[in-house]
Ligand binder design. Structure first.
Ligand code: BG6
Length: 513
């Protein structure tokens, strides 16, 4: 490429966050995620000046498409899904660097062609390119893609150099412990662990990263972050949407695999882990694995069961009558796939013994809201015991992950007046008020981190296996039960009674986020 066309994209990052010249190759280029998230993320990185001067994007897919057509598809995706209005100036720079290679995922020759295209670009610019492979296909083709990346030599390009090939792999990372182990084996037969970036997009959310800053950049939390002060923890990832057009995938997955095994478990790990020795990827992930290892196996049956599952039935959301799950298109009328799951976890370590962690997630719930609520023990009631005069709530620190990102603390305060009466009040910090609302999307941060080679916000192989190890017995048990024990909840409600019962057994109740 002529020197005058090599516009420097990079101007917006501190020096140590720069990426080497890079080509991102997306497998699954015609997929929904590519259009909704990946291409807009790359566009916004370009917009913010965060891409290296020599940057290319190659879409790879079965369908033969000329570069120009892929560029038009990408432009359409940016227009529809980017958080910013596309700027012609930015797009005109990115468009000629947006290319396409077609071929089958099981066709080694197609990967050789891909390699030739990358080598051609390197020749043109006279520089080596780091290759970041983004596997965003259905899991059925993960294995042939990985194998062909190995066989074609693409996985080993510039191995152990700063611009070594890297690979981001999308969920679902397995569907149980055995398949996750097999996938890890497949990956590590071709890549070294330092080249692999298993994505969980929740880790790219600003508020999730802020959880680490809040915990470890403030001195007031650490002394009270334990069983002496904390009564229990509630983690909620509630969605208002249903399965929409994804029943084909969802029927095979269900809430436990789709949300709990990954997103909510990650929130739990970051909330409960010990302070890492440093913020580098290995130290943070070591601590996450340690705390996941301390989680006790769950009770699956009987009145003291730690788990609940349910499907949504008909109900009103935003005044509109929504279908029940079993009436959704492409869902079996006898489906035993859960759209809601809740669990009670016990972490058997010095910090957390005796503190229940409650997790819940579901679709068609009252509101879209994700939060981590830390419920503190009540103050001794000797001075202000709960009564008509003294309304006293337990102190609760809530990290609002989305929407309306922020942090709130419930305290008890005196109602102004000539006698002492109390009432709970809420102290609120809102991101949008302090920092404005145009924050980067999770995928922007994660694609950039992978380009830089920073794995802190990605899942390590042993971490995903530990998480599956906890979840797999629940699936096995549920599979053995068929629909027996499947609860229901009205669309638009906060979930089933069986989930409330798990908390009630400990004298707790879900807070309304
Ligand atoms: C995905 C799940 O991982 O996360 C979806 O597959 C879910 O079912 C989505 O809707 C929720 O993500 P977010 O960022 O909208 O909370």
């Amino acid at each position: 490429m002529a020197e005058e066309n090599r516009h420097p994209f990079l101007h917006g990052l501190s020096k140590h966050r720069g990426s080497p010249p890079t080509v991102v190759v997306i497998f699954g280029a015609s997929g929904d995620l590519t259009a909704r998230k990946l291409i807009p993320a790359i566009y916004n990185l370009a917009h913010d000046g965060l891409l290296p001067a020599d940057f290319y994007l190659i879409g790879f897919g079965r369908k033969p498409i000329p570069d120009a057509e892929f560029q038009a598809i990408a432009a359409g995706a940016i227009k529809e899904f980017s958080r910013r209005e596309p700027s012609p100036d930015v797009w005109n720079r990115l468009a000629p660097r947006t290319l396409y290679v077609s071929g089958g995922y099981d066709e080694k020759a197609a990967f050789d062609r891909l390699g030739e295209r990358i080598a051609g670009l390197e020749k043109e610019i006279g520089q080596q390119l780091q290759t970041l492979f983004y596997i965003s296909t259905p899991p059925t083709v993960f294995a042939p893609i990985i194998q062909n990346l190995g066989a074609s030599g693409l996985a080993a390009r510039y191995l152990r150099q700063p611009n070594q090939s890297k690979c981001i792999i999308e969920k679902p990372f397995g569907r149980d412990l055995a398949s996750a182990q097999a996938l890890n084996k497949e990956l590590t037969s071709v890549f070294e662990e330092s080249q692999v970036f298993r994505i969980d997009h929740y880790l790219g959310k600003e508020t999730v990263q802020d959880l680490l800053v809040q915990r470890f950049a403030n001195s007031i939390f650490e002394p009270i972050w334990n069983r002496n002060f904390i009564d229990h923890v509630q983690i909620t990832v509630a969605e208002q949407v249903g399965v929409e057009s994804r029943a084909g995938y969802y029927e095979q997955s269900g809430c436990m695999r789709d949300m709990i095994q990954n997103h909510t478990m990650q929130l739990l790990a970051l909330t409960a882990m010990e302070p890492p020795v440093s913020m580098d990827a290995e130290s943070v992930r070591d601590e996450k694995v340690k705390v996941l290892k301390a989680i006790q196996s769950l009770r699956l049956e009987g009145p003291h069961s730690d788990v609940a599952r349910a499907q949504y039935s008909e109900g009103l959301i935003g005044g509109k009558l929504m279908k029940g799950y079993l009436q959704e298109k492409d869902v079996s009328a006898t489906s035993s796939t859960e759209t809601y799951a809740a669990l009670r976890l016990s972490i058997n370590n010095w910090r957390w013994q005796g503190v229940p962690f409650y997790l819940r997630s579901g679709k068609h719930l009252a509101r879209r809201v994700s939060e981590i609520a830390i419920r503190f023990k009540r103050a001794p009631g000797s001075l202000f015991a709960e009564s008509e005069r003294y309304q006293i709530a337990p102190n609760t620190l809530a990290f609002q992950i989305q929407p309306d990102e922020g942090l709130s603390l419930i305290l008890n305060a005196k109602i102004p007046g000539l006698e002492t009466r109390t009432q709970p009040v809420k102290m609120n910090f809102k991101y949008a008020t302090t920092f404005g609302s145009n924050t980067p999307e999770a995928y922007e941060r994660l694609v950039l981190d992978a380009m830089i080679g920073d794995g802190t916000l990605f899942i390590r192989g042993d971490e995903t296996e530990r998480s599956w190890q906890l979840i797999t017995p629940i699936h096995d048990y549920w599979a053995s039960q068929g629909r027996k024990g499947m609860d229901t909840y009205a669309s638009g409600s906060w979930g089933p009674k069986s989930s409330d019962d798990i908390l009630a057994a400990n004298g707790h109740s879900w807070r309304e986020p």
